[in-house]
Ligand binder design. Structure first.
Ligand code: ADP
Length: 238
């Protein structure tokens, strides 16, 4: 199996005296997986998201994205890795209000050297793949919340990134729209997209194939590694 993401004993502290937001995270995500990282407020989810998204570097330990060691990369190379390897989906969509859906999605291909006509073509294909082939010329304000999030997902996948990283993607949606977004993510995963979804919503996480629970900056359970909880307990006793 090829790993898309590896974290080895990753810690991240802030400030002085230091607050340890992450206290030694080991995690491997392979190609084709769909992993929910779930934890309550303050558990370290945003910190972890920033490290996985290469928006931040660890205080100690290693982060590898598609085999590339983040620590070793220059800022320029890191930006390139981020742009090519990772598609981001945020709770608040972050679409440009003045642009049509096609141009919003096509903006995910800026600076790739792909010309505008081809960007629009690829954007139309991505929008069709998220079920919005009939909303190509709409502006975000003409769309429902669920549709906006689907546009944001189309923008995230238009470069065919190695990893789709979703931060509370249903957090701003009603339950019906949230359901269609989860269903879409499942379909993208079935078609081969590797997804890491970060959420505080246990119910949402329960429905995803693999669940990693984080608390106080540590992984406390991983459904792909049922023996982890026993090892943690043994470690705490030892
Ligand atoms: P979550 O996203 O799960 O709510 P965070 O990653 O935001 O958790 O925070 C984890 C811990 O790190 C919290 O105790 C938080 O107060 C602390 N923290 C996060 N960011 C900073 C920062 N920039 N400076 C100081 N402490 C921070």
């Amino acid at each position: 199996m090829t790993s898309v993401l590896e974290l080895h004993d990753v810690t991240r502290s802030y400030g002085s005296p230091p607050t340890q937001a992450l206290r030694g995270i080991d995690l491997r995500v392979d190609e084709g997986e769909f992993v929910a990282i779930v934890g309550p407020s303050g558990s370290g989810k945003s910190t972890l998201l920033n490290l996985i998204g290469t928006l931040d570097r660890p205080s100690a330990g290693e982060v590898l994205i598609a085999g590339e060691r983040v620590h070793d990369l220059s800022d320029a190379r890191l930006s390139a890795v981020r742009a090519h390897m990772i598609g981001f989906v945020f709770q608040q969509f972050h679409l440009s209000d003045g642009q049509t859906t096609v141009d919003n999605v096509g903006s995910g291909l800026l600076y790739t050297g792909i010309n505008r006509a081809l960007r629009r073509q690829r954007a139309r294909e991505a929008l069709t793949s998220v079920g919005l082939g009939h909303r190509l010329d709409h502006k975000p304000r003409q769309l429902s919340g669920g549709e906006r999030q689907r546009v944001a997902i189309a923008r995230a996948i238009v470069r065919r990134p190695a990893l789709l990283l979703a931060d509370e993607p249903t957090g701003s949606l009603d339950s019906v729209s949230g359901e269609t977004v989860v269903q879409l993510l499942r379909e993208l995963n079935d078609a081969g997209t590797t997804i890491v979804l970060i959420t505080h919503d246990r119910e949402l996480a329960e429905r995803l194939p693999r669940r990693v629970a984080i608390r106080d900056g540590l992984i406390v359970s991983d459904s792909a590694d049922p023996a982890l909880a026993d090892r943690l307990t043994a470690g705490a006793v030892a």
